[in-house]
Design a protein around this ligand. Structure first.
Ligand code: ZN
Length: 404
């Protein structure tokens, strides 16, 4: 049994004045109960207890889940992976509290030679099935679920933002994929970087946009997203690396980050900006305004790092994403909800994301009050997954290949 004593609590949505939180058998037993005979006591004065963070957009390779957990990210939502590797990681994470828990999209939906295939050409993913006709969507989705995909990732990209022209998925195929996933009560997440592809995704009924669109302002889209309940994972940190506003080096130099990065992770985090092709069409400076429009319209925003891309590191970059979200106009509390209660609700993870009796004791204790100053999320005093404390001392695994 575990007792956090006199600790300020961010419960996933609200901040509670200093109170007590007890943990038993891996679950939060009570909030406000000071009596816990025989419990290991963690003094919480001056600190804030938060739910374990959920990274709503990442790509996990061996070693990544340990590093995520060391930074307080206790759940990782993978958004495109080799299903065999993802299944292995998931089993490993179930057995070991030192690894973040994993959910996965597995193989993403794209067309032959379409967006995402470059990962195969680069040797980062084994060849995977693609769709040549909308009639294949139903079987494609059924196969993904049989492989262990928790939700469907759909790649919509013509390569225009990065100057690498790529055939785009026909609209009929997109619609058929969304219908096939919804028939099976599964969420759909679209990779879309342009306002036009975001429009197509929203019109097709896609549930989640995996990135913010960054080619042009589209104020009318905010109301459309809000009306349909479409959720957005901006991934500002990763897009900043891609579109000329890299901050990975600064993050890697943070003394609260550096000791917990393996060599490979440090290398990946500091190798931005990403070289782009000729005619790349994007305007990252429009992102804060777009995000403010989404927020004002009431669109649900989730925090996602898009690690393992260039300029990102599992765990660390989610903290940086929270800062980017606040810099773009979210309150620190809203940003923290975007990494806790909101992704749990969106992805149906009913057992986590908040501090409440009966939920998993996935917890992060930080010095100071991150709801007042988001920078405090990196002042980590301790991480618990399923009630077990994670050892943060050691330097961690160094895998970290590039993904989409
Ligand atoms: Zn991604």
């Amino acid at each position: 049994m575990l007792l956090f004593r006199d600790v300020k609590v961010f419960d996933g949505e609200r901040t509670l004045p200093p109170t007590h939180v007890t943990v038993a058998e891996g679950l939060i037993a009570a909030v406000g109960e000071a009596e816990a005979p025989g419990a290991v006591v963690v003094e919480g004065r001056g600190a804030t207890l938060m739910p374990g963070l959920i990274d709503a957009h990442a790509h996990a390779f061996p070693g990544d889940l340990e590093q995520a957990a060391a930074f307080g990210v206790t759940t990782v939502l993978d958004m495109m992976a080799d299903p065999v590797q993802a299944a292995g990681l998931r089993v490993a994470a179930t057995a070991a509290p030192a690894l973040a828990d994993l959910r996965t999209a597995g193989t993403a939906a794209t067309i032959p030679g379409g967006y995402g295939w470059y990962l195969v050409e680069m040797g980062l993913l084994p060849p995977f099935p693609t769709l040549t006709a909308p009639e294949q969507a139903d079987a494609f989705v059924a196969e993904r679920l049989a492989e262990g995909s928790d939700y469907l990732k759909i790649l919509l990209d013509d390569g225009s933002t990065v100057g690498a022209p790529t055939p785009a998925m026909p609209d009929e195929t997109l619609h058929a994929l969304v219908a096939a996933a919804h028939d099976r009560d599964r969420l759909t997440v679209a990779h879309a970087l342009t306002a036009e592809s975001a429009r197509l995704a929203v019109a097709a009924g896609v549930d989640v946009l995996g990135h913010l669109f960054v080619d042009e302002p589209a104020p009318e889209l905010a109301h459309e997203l809000a009306a349909r309940g479409t959720v957005v994972i901006p991934t500002l940190a990763a897009l900043g690396e891609l579109f000329g506003r890299p901050q990975g080096r600064r993050l890697a130099a943070d003394p609260r980050v550096a000791p917990y990065l393996g060599e490979g992770a440090r290398h990946m985090l500091t190798m931005g900006p990403v070289p782009l092709g000729e005619g790349a069409r994007h305007d990252f400076d429009v992102a804060p305004r777009t995000l403010a429009e989404l927020r004002d319209a009431g669109v649900t925003v989730l925090a996602g790092s898009d690690a393992s891309n260039i300029g990102t590191a599992h765990g660390a970059t989610l903290h940086h994403e929270l800062r980017r979200l606040v810099a773009a106009g979210l309150t620190p509390r809203e940003a923290l909800t975007a990494a806790t209660a909101a992704p749990a609700r969106c992805f149906g993870l009913a057992d986590r994301g908040r501090i409440a009796p009966g939920l998993r004791a996935d917890l992060v204790l930080v010095d100071g009050d991150p709801t007042a100053d988001i920078d405090h999320t990196l002042d980590i005093l301790g991480v618990w997954r399923g009630g077990q404390r994670i050892a943060r001392e050691r330097r961690l695994g160094d895998e970290g290949p590039l993904t989409g």
